[in-house]
Structure formats: structure tokens, C-alpha cells
Write a protein that binds this ligand. Structure first.
Ligand SMILES: *Cc1c(COP(=O)(O)O)cnc(C)c1O
Length: 382
């Protein structure tokens, strides 16, 4: 099956007892057994639930994996991966990770003896230099949030595997989605998603996903998911599955609108700089072009007036763009990274990577492009 068919049919079969085309919401915690230990494959919904199974099979299909796992949030999916490691193990991660990922690594897992190095992943050499005999995991996010830096998944996987075939490469694929790039096919071992964002696509749930293509890895992750317990519920699983059915159609429009908005902003006299990997002069454009089918719907920009007041004036005056955290829904959102999504990153770190008061991040939705452009124009002129 090709991708646009997998989003709808991948891993799916009609429900057996009734023929229901859509997977029922199996709102149950437990399952009847005919004799102790004799059951139909389901015992207790923390271990498995049929609605979640339908979603997990679809997760695997859309990322070219063999196994998928649905979690109660994106962060709990990351937590599950980190729990495969032991005290003393080292992790190499990107230096402008999602704020919550950075917070989890430094404030939760350092306490348990894991060691982290944060490097600029746009240069593969930074990863090869950081590898040691204790490295067990390389965690990358591409494109990054909010500066849209791009890491070369294929090249990074190559240098990591040359150092040690047991070192895992995991990719947070939330921003790109499998419509744009499929890390398992580029050499990564694990794909992670905040399904809260583009996979769900309608800003109506919080969920995480992991996808793998290795049986042993799948067993380990399933054990941690089951033993740790951070599973997605049946209702949310149903919603995510419904969302994914239109992923390819939504992404196509997100990309078209994103491109039009990036071009509008780059020519605007109130705007200093635009971060969009589709531009020829974006530092990661070549890698983005090689690795991604298109450039997505996330666009960040910096105002010429660098004061916080100017940024707030813009942010308080958009009408179609809603000022809110999160991204990836059908509706357009605008965000101020310094005060909202990236507030958990210490100021010196934030300034070092360029997250300043004048930086604004857009999650471009799939509304009519003319309405989006005129909304930005009026807000920039306030
Ligand atoms: C939102 C997000 C997460 C965290 O996911 P939650 O569903 O909010 O727990 C992780 N990585 C990226 C890139 C995100 O955007």
C-alpha cells in the first residue's frame, strides 16, 4: 500500500462480530475469560484494548514499522524509551529540543544517573564527536521547534551505527509526520510522535506514539508500557485513528499554506527574519530537500521591532490565528515561545539558541489562505 492508502486502511480490519467498518470504542477495562487464563487475546486494558490495538497497527503502518504503541501523551512515550536505559548510560540529544523533552531529560532522568550531552545536530560531526563507549541512545528532533533546524537522519544513523550497532537512534517525528519523512526507512530504530499534534490533527486529544521495526525492541517497549502504565484510552485511540485518515490531505494543505505564509512574511517590512526550511538560503535547506517530501506547516519569524511589547501587540491582535500552545491542528495557531512553549528552558540556554522576545511561531492551519494572510497583515500593522 502507498502512504495515502495506509493512513486510511493501514493495519485495519473490519470488526469481526458485526462487520463494523470503523473500529468500535471498546470502553472496557477488562474481558471475560471462559476458564482461568483462557481468553480472546485481551485480559486487561492496560496490557491491550482492541480500539488501541487498531490504532497501534495503524501507527506501525504509516511509519513503515512492524509495531506501534499508543501512550497517554507524547512525553510518556519519550519516558518509555528512556526507561530502557540504565544508570551510567549516555544519551546524545539535539540542543534545541522540545522544552518538555529537555525538562524530562535534565530534571527527571539525570537524577537516576543517565548522562546527557546536547549538541547541534545540524552538523553530523557534532554527533560523531560526542559518541562514547557509554552512549546508548541518540535522540533527535527534526525539524526542530521553533527554529526549524534540520538534522540528517540517514547520515546520523550511519555514524552512530558505525560506532556501535547497539546504540539506538530515536527520532521525534512530530513536526514532519510520516507524510513528509519516514525515519525508520532512513536508518532510525525508533520513531516517536506527540500524536496530540498532526497525527490527531484536530486539537482534541493528548497522546503519544512509538513505532519500531524490530521484534526485540518492540517486546522491551511493550513491557515498559505495560509495567509503567501510561497507555492511551479507547476514546482517544478512536479519535486519533479518525484523525490519521486525513493526515495526507491535511498535510498537503498545511504545506501549501505554510509556504505561502513564509513567502508573505519574508517580504514584509515589519519582519526581520523567517525560519522556514523551504527557503534556498535556510541553513538546512539541502538536507530538508533530500529528506522531506515538502516543508510542512510550521513557520517561525522574528519582528524587526525586537521589543516584547511589539511581539505582544501582534500576538494579541490576530483574529483567525488563535494565541495558544500546541500545533498541528486544522486551525491556525500562534505562539510566543519565550513565555509559552519554551518557558521551561533556562534563559541563558534560550538566548544562546536564539529564542528571544521578538520570536513568533506559527502553526499554519488549513483555512483559506487569503483569510490567513489578511489576518497576519492586519496584526502586523497594529
Ligand atoms: C508537543 C510535543 C511533545 C510532547 O508531547 P505531549 O503530547 O504534549 O506530551 C514532544 N515533542 C514535540 C516536538 C512536541 O511538539
Amino acid at each position: 500500500m502507498n502512504f495515502n492508502t495506509k493512513t486510511i486502511h493501514g493495519g485495519q480490519k473490519h470488526e469481526e462480530t458485526t462487520g463494523s467498518v470503523m473500529p468500535p470504542i471498546f470502553q472496557t477495562s477488562t474481558y471475560a475469560q471462559s476458564s482461568p487464563g483462557t481468553h480472546k487475546g485481551y485480559e486487561y486494558s492496560r496490557a491491550a484494548n482492541p480500539t488501541r490495538t487498531a490504532l497501534e497497527n495503524n501507527f506501525a503502518a504509516i511509519e513503515n514499522g512492524t509495531h506501534g504503541f499508543a501512550f497517554s501523551s507524547g512525553l510518556s512515550a519519550i519516558d518509555c524509551v528512556l526507561k530502557m536505559l540504565n544508570p551510567g548510560d549516555e544519551v546524545i540529544a539535539g540542543d534545541d529540543l522540545y522544552g518538555g523533552t529537555y525538562r524530562m531529560f535534565t530534571r527527571m532522568f539525570e537524577k537516576y544517573g543517565l548522562k546527557f550531552q546536547f549538541v547541534d545536530m545540524t552538523h553530523v560531526e557534532n554527533v560523531s564527536k560526542a559518541l562514547t563507549n557509554d552512549t546508548k541512545l541518540v535522540w533527535l528532533e527534526t525539524p526542530t521547534n521553533p527554529l526549524m533546524k534540520v538534522a540528517d537522519i540517514e547520515e546520523i544513523s550511519k555514524v552512530v551505527k558505525a560506532k556501535g550497532s547497539n546504540i539506538l537512534v530515536a527520532v521525534d517525528n512530530t513536526f514532519a509526520t510520516p507524510y513528509l519523512q519516514q525515519p525508520l526507512s532512513l536508518g532510525a530504530d525508533i520513531v516517536m510522535h506527540s500524536a496530540t499534534k498532526y497525527l490527531g490533527g484536530h486539537s482534541d486529544l493528548v497522546m503519544g506514539a512509538l513505532m519500531v521495526k524490530d521484534e526485540k525492541l518492540a517486546e522491551e517497549l511493550h513491557f515498559i508500557q505495560f509495567a509503567g502504565g501510561a497507555v492511551a484510552g479507547p476514546m482517544d485511540s478512536f479519535l486519533a485513528l479518525r484523525g490519521i485518515k486525513t493526515l495526507h490531505v491535511r498535510m498537503q494543505r498545511h504545506c501549501e499554506n505554510g509556504k505561502a505564509i513564509a513567502e508573505f512574511l519574508v517580504n514584509h517590512n515589519k519582519v526581520k527574519e523567517v525560519y522556514y526550511p523551504g527557503f534556498d538560503n535556510h541553513p538546512s535547506h539541502k538536507v530538508a530537500k533530500k529528506q522531506m517530501k515538502d516543508f510542512g506547516g510550521m513557520v517561525s519569524f522574528r519582528l524587526k521591532d525586537e521589543s516584547k511589547e511589539a511581539a505582544f501587540r501582534f500576538l494579541e491582535n490576530t483574529k483567525v490565528f488563535t494565541l495558544a500552545e500546541s500545533l498541528g491542528g486544522v486551525e491556525s495557531l500562534v505562539n510566543h515561545p519565550v513565555t509559552m512553549t519554551h518557558a521551561s528552558i533556562p534563559e541563558p540556554e534560550r538566548l544562546k539558541i536564539g529564542i528571544t522576545d521578538s520570536l513568533i511561531r506559527l502553526s499554519v492551519g488549513i483555512e483559506d489562505i487569503d483569510d490567513l494572510l489578511s489576518d497576519l497583515e492586519q496584526a502586523l500593522n497594529q
